[in-house]
Structure formats: structure tokens, C-alpha cells
Design a protein around this ligand. Structure first.
Ligand code: NAP
Length: 347
């Protein structure tokens, strides 16, 4: 099988995906009979390149590594915006890796809608379209008989959605708990280990590139809320939005709180939870909680993350991802592409 690919977004994740595709080219062909070429890359300040004959990915990586743009790799008339790029790009698979908008998921939701609408598969690392329009986009994908996969939206490359979708058939997931945000977990870890105050721990996270210059989305719990809602909607049949999780962040947690908890055999963690109540309704929440040290959630340190499923079959199943990064996110995207090549969207 051959797939023509398009990359929407060419930042940390987009470039890691390009590197991974190049690194795995021989394996993909030998083990899966899959060949590929990239026919389009769309970014903002880095510009756009579209070439139906195939773009030299190494040249694209070199161009942006040197601070340049993709313009020199473009063939044909200029394209006004990402919408025009999607309309013109003949790719079979679009990777959505533009910036997540936590308010309404746009414009990425429009990107996904446009690509699915023209009968292309979509693989998204962007959480926005999934958190705000999962049902609509999945229905469109089914109508068009194409794939809409987004493994990397929760816990990067760890197969969290894949386990739910493929690994727990005929199961009812009653509860999902986890630590889904690396930045806040790193901050809490530094507050405990090095007795840093909240602000100093945020600065330490920024210095090593774990936290954004504006860490609001992470520390106020919105990133966690988006991921919790994705799991609730996709694996538990809910139809929640991030605000339904009413996230409480870690801004008010002090070093004294962290150490008082420890002295009493507990650790403060930003706990994400989606649970089905007696009445069948799924409710989501995100808040700092004291977690007993024997709870698996207490074992997650630094940037690692964890998900814990409770089901009527396996009872409890826990996955931990150690040391995630844009490269592990890229791996989740590659897995989604392979699942599309294997026709997993049709089952
Ligand atoms: N970093 C991770 O490990 C990770 C993990 C899970 C999920 N994600 C998600 O993956 C996505 C990418 O993350 P990242 O770390 O690669 O972010 P990033 O480094 O900021 O890259 C974002 C890219 O999107 C481009 N872009 C933004 N708006 C666009 C638009 N309207 N049309 C076309 N391109 C646009 C930017 O263009 P310019 O470069 O020209 O500005 C940039 O290339 C985000 O949605 C993020 O939430 C990331």
C-alpha cells in the first residue's frame, strides 16, 4: 500500500514525525508493505509547501532548522491559507499538528472537517477537534469510510485510546483516573524533591522546556480537563466539554501542603477522573488531591503520566508512560497511520 501524506503544522511534533517517518521508512515497507511520501506541509510563519510529486523531507527539515521557510519546496500558485492548502493538497492522510486552541478547538476542527469531507483520512495530535467535535467528526469519517484517529492527544504515544478501543472489547469502563499533564506533575515533583515554591518550580519547568512561557493551560488544569473529556467521550460514550470537568489547577498548592501530605503517607497529584454514576451519567473532574502512597497515581514522578482503567472485565488496568516528549507523540501518530493502512478504521 502507498500513502501520500500531508503535515498540518511543522513545529516540535511535525518535525519529529518527519524524522520518524524517514527513520522507519525501510521497516514500514518491509514489515507492513507500506510506502509513503509527503506531498504537502502547511505551517504559519514557516510557510507552506505543496508538491504532488513529493517533497524532499530532509530538505524541509534543513530549511526550518536553519530558521528558513518551506517556500523553496513549493510547486504551483501560492495558497492563501491552510483551508486553501487542504483543498488543493492531494494527500490520502492529513496529520493535524497545529496549535491546540482550548477555547473552541478552532481552526483545527475546520481543518479536520475539510480533510475528512474530501474523503481523506485524518490523524490528529491536536486535542481541540477531539474535545469539541468528536461525535460530529467521527460521524463524518464513518460516512466517508475514512479514518479519524488521535492516539497522541492523551499521554502522547502511549496506546491509551488503542487499549480502550482494541484491547477491551465487550467491556464496560466504569472509571478512568490518571495523571495526564506532565508540566504540573513535574512542578509538584520539584516542590516535593527540592522544596521549590510554586513560582520557582514553574520557572524550573520553563527552563528545561517542560512548561510553556505562559503555563496557564497546564497549571490551571485545562490541558488535563481536555484529555479527561476526550477519554470520557471516546471510551465511555459521554458527550462532555472541557468546562464540564470544572478544572481546579495547582496554583494554590504550597510546599507546606506537599510536605504535610507526604508526612501523612500521601502525595498531592493533579488527579483527572471520569466516572459513571449510579444513574449512568458520566462525570469528569480535575483537581489536586492527596493520593495515598500505595495508589499507583502517587508513583508517577516528573514528566511521566499514568492512566488507570476500571472495567467490568479486567477490573483494573494501569499504564504508565515514562519520559514523554514530541518524539513519543510522533510515534502515536505513526501508529495511527499504520492502523489506517491496516484498515482498522473499518472495523
Ligand atoms: N509537544 C508534544 O509533545 C505534544 C503532545 C501531545 C499533543 N501535542 C499537540 O500537537 C500539536 C503540535 O504541538 P507542537 O509541540 O508541535 O506545537 P508547536 O511546536 O507550537 O507547533 C505548532 C505548529 O503549527 C503551526 N500552525 C499553527 N497554526 C496553524 C494554522 N492555522 N495553519 C497551519 N499551521 C499552523 C505552527 O506554524 P509556525 O511554525 O510557522 O508557527 C507550528 O509549525 C498541538 O496541538 C499540541 O497540543 C503536542
Amino acid at each position: 500500500m502507498h500513502l501520500d501524506l500531508a503535515l498540518l503544522g511543522f513545529g516540535n511534533v511535525g518535525q519529529e514525525l518527519a524524522e520518524l517517518l524517514l527513520r522507519k521508512r525501510i521497516e514500514l515497507e518491509a514489515d507492513f508493505g507500506l510506502t509513503w511520501r509527503v506531498v504537502g506541509i502547511s505551517a504559519r510563519s514557516k510557510g507552506t509547501a505543496l508538491d504532488p510529486a513529493g517533497i524532499d523531507l530532509e530538505a524541509a527539515l534543513s530549511a526550518v532548522a536553519g530558521g528558513g521557510t518551506l517556500a523553496g519546496l513549493h510547486q504551483g500558485p501560492p495558497l492563501a491559507d491552510t483551508g486553501a492548502f487542504i483543498a488543493a493538497c492531494p494527500a490520502a492522510v492529513f496529520f493535524e499538528m497545529t496549535t491546540t486552541n482550548p477555547q473552541d478547538g478552532q481552526p483545527a476542527t475546520d481543518h479536520v472537517r475539510a480533510a475528512l469531507g474530501k474523503g481523506a483520512h485524518v490523524v490528529s495530535a491536536n486535542k481541540g477537534p477531539v474535545a469539541f467535535a468528536h461525535r460530529e467528526l467521527l460521524a463524518l469519517a464513518r460516512l466517508k469510510r475514512v479514518g479519524f484517529f488521535f492516539e497522541s492527544t492523551v499521554m502522547d504515544g502511549a496506546p491509551v485510546l488503542g487499549v480502550g478501543r482494541e484491547g477491551l472489547p465487550a467491556s464496560h469502563i466504569r472509571r478512568i483516573r490518571g495523571v495526564f499533564n506532565s508540566t504540573t506533575n513535574y512542578i509538584l515533583t520539584r516542590m516535593e524533591r527540592d522544596r521549590l515554591g510554586f513560582e520557582d518550580a514553574v520557572r524550573a519547568a520553563q527552563e528545561i522546556g517542560v512548561a510553556e512561557a505562559d503555563p496557564t493551560l497546564d497549571v490551571d488544569g485545562w490541558d488535563s480537563a481536555i484529555k479527561t473529556v476526550i477519554l470520557a467521550n471516546v471510551l465511555m460514550g459521554a458527550d462532555l466539554r472541557p468546562k464540564d470537568a470544572a478544572p481546579v489547577g495547582i496554583r494554590d498548592v504550597t510546599v507546606d501542603d506537599v510536605h504535610a501530605a507526604l508526612a501523612e503517607g500521601a502525595r498531592i497529584r493533579l488527579v483527572c477522573e471520569a466516572a459513571r454514576g449510579e444513574d449512568g451519567t458520566v462525570r469528569a473532574s480535575v483537581a489536586p488531591q492527596r493520593v495515598p502512597l500505595e495508589d499507583p497515581l502517587a508513583s508517577v514522578m516528573g514528566t511521566s503520566s499514568l492512566v488507570d482503567f476500571e472495567a467490568d472485565t479486567l477490573r483494573r488496568l494501569t499504564l504508565i508512560e515514562h519520559d514523554p516528549g514530541p518524539d513519543t507523540t510522533a510515534y502515536g501518530l505513526l501508529v495511527d497511520m499504520l492502523n489506517i493502512a491496516r484498515g482498522r478504521h473499518l472495523v
